[in-house]
Design a protein around this ligand. Structure first.
Ligand code: NAD
Length: 466
């Protein structure tokens, strides 16, 4: 038995240090010091002191300091990949994909962000207004663990390029990856421009309550609610990317096998620990049996295990708490009448099998609350209208997908799904330059695309008569 495997493992935050465990093996990966509340304020003060000079640089001067990390990231890609796999458990192939995407597009991303922050001129008669995108000041960047490189990257980089200084708190599950990312980005930046602090929600709360100007957060809806509430006392600006409960609508003219393949890919990737994982499936009755059989077959063939297990594509849950949450949701659904077509068995350590539940009803907790695990829940529907009604009856609205044989009909259905991003016969992410955005309680503000990048800055309109 692997160390720590029987009971599962979780990171532990002691008073002064944060011990990082490998969720697959239970072995210690490393340790960082927890930043005490007073030291959080010191980090904010250093970032505050650095803000005027950093904010006064031109976009091209900031780019000159922020483009060199691409080479460092590329040179350290293997090391960073290994650290991602060790700290949060995703297979090397997936961890490598995440690191390589960030590293290879680094300079391009910097330039794209900078381009959207160039001043814009608007003229009306003799009036000429220039919209300058000026920095907020100090930005708190707080991130989750599920994409421990990509998530910090999508907040820290636009904040810095927009001229803010940043106090970055990586997830307590992936502090070493966060630290390394910040070292690679921060080398060569003036002191105080990028500060890193460590700890769990308590440290995050101290940061949010401290004297920052902008809070850029990606994580759970629960934490988002707390952050918005705390930020309201002095109207700090917030950008919140939160959780989801993404539906997949499989229309009656869809190819059931293609839809099942997509559901499995999008539901079990990263062990289901993706904000836009497919969690609920509404399938037309006429093709439901073929869809469910195909899905169960694919799920049964998925090899579960640590990175060194031959053929394993489904890694561990990040910690024992997350596993227990998924196991409880599945057990409650089965008790309420859902049928297990695949998976569902309790495995050693933090592992779970790819699980397919059918005969799910709208009242079940597993159809309403975020699971964040490798579980696909299927409900049969009599019409597109019923699928839309059920898919939309949720406080969440991050991503969604519609599968159908007639793309135009599927697109019409997609336009009625209440989500920030809806894919037709593909995943929900949009074309280059579109924002990553959640509707309803899946987001408050957003990032990505020119409009998203500009949220890391404040518009200042200067008008002259010509
Ligand atoms: P989490 O909310 O528990 O923690 C996220 C980060 O916030 C961590 O760094 C944590 O220490 C900190 N934190 C927690 N409570 C806080 C508080 N009250 N004040 C300040 N900081 C606080 O989320 P998680 O478990 O790390 O990540 C999983 C969640 O993130 C899921 O809900 C998932 O859907 C969501 N997520 C969303 C997106 C998106 O783009 N919308 C992307 C990835 C993950």
């Amino acid at each position: 038995m692997r160390p720590g495997s029987s009971a599962g493992v979780s990171k532990r935050v002691a008073m002064t240090s944060l011990v990082s465990f490998n969720p697959a093996t239970g072995s210690t990966v490393g340790e960082v010091s927890v930043t005490p509340a007073l030291a959080v304020l010191d980090a904010i003060a250093r970032a505050r002191a650095a803000a005027p000079a950093w904010g006064a640089l031109s976009l091209s001067e900031r780019l000159a300091l922020l483009e060199p990390p691409e080479e460092r990231l590329l040179a350290c890609a293997e090391e960073l990949t290994a650290l991602v796999t060790a700290e949060m458990g995703k297979p090397t192939k997936d961890a490598g994909g995440e690191v390589s995407w960030v590293a290879k597009s680094f300079v391009e991303t910097c330039r794209e962000i900078a381009a959207s922050l160039e001043p814009e001129v608007v003229s009306q008669g003799s009036l000429r207004s220039t919209i300058h995108h000026v920095p907020h000041g100090v930005c708190a960047a707080i991130t989750p663990w599920n994409f421990p490189v990509m998530m910090p990257h999508s907040l820290v980089l636009p904040a810095l390029i927009a001229g803010n200084t940043v106090v970055f708190k990586p997830s307590e599950e992936t502090p070493l990856v966060g630290q390394r990312y910040a070292e690679l980005i921060g080398e060569g930046l003036p002191p105080g421009v990028l500060e890193v602090i460590h700890g769990d929600a308590e440290t995050g709360r101290a940061l949010v309550a401290g004297g920052v100007d902008l809070i850029a957060f990606t994580g759970s809806r629960t934490a988002g609610v707390q952050i918005l509430s705390s930020a309201s006392s002095d109207l700090k600006r917030v950008i919140l990317e939160l959780g989801g409960k993404d539906p997949l609508l499989v229309l009656d003219d869809a190819d059931p096998l293609a839809a099942a393949k997509f559901a499995a890919k999008n539901g079990f990737r990263n062990a289901g620990q993706v904000c836009v994982s497919t969690e609920r499936v509404y399938v037309a009755e006429s093709i439901a049996e073929r869809f469910e059989e195909a899905l169960a077959q694919i799920a049964k063939e998925i090899v579960v295990g640590a990175d060194d297990v031959e053929g394993a594509t489904l890694g561990p849950m990040v910690n024992a708490r997350q596993k227990a949450h998924v196991v409880e949701q599945v057990a409650a659904a089965v008790k309420d009448g859902a049928r297990l077509l695949a998976g569902g068995e309790d495995r050693e350590g933090n592992f779970l099998s790819a699980t397919v539940l059918v005969d799910c009803t709208h009242e079940m907790g597993i159809m309403r609350d975020e699971t964040f695990g490798p579980v696909l829940c299927v409900a049969r529907v009599a019409s597109d209208e019923e699928a839309l009604r059920l898919a939309n009856d949720t406080p969440y609205g991050l991503g969604a997908v519609v599968y159908g044989g007639d793309p135009e009909r599927a697109e019409r259905v997609a336009a009625r799904v209440e989500a920030g991003m809806v894919g037709v016969n593909r995943s929900c992410g949009g074309a280059e330059g579109t924002p990553w955005v959640g509707a309803k309680q899946s987001g408050y503000g957003y990032h990505g695309g020119p409009a998203g990048h500009r949220q890391f800055a404040v518009p200042r309109v200067v008008t002259v008569r010509t």
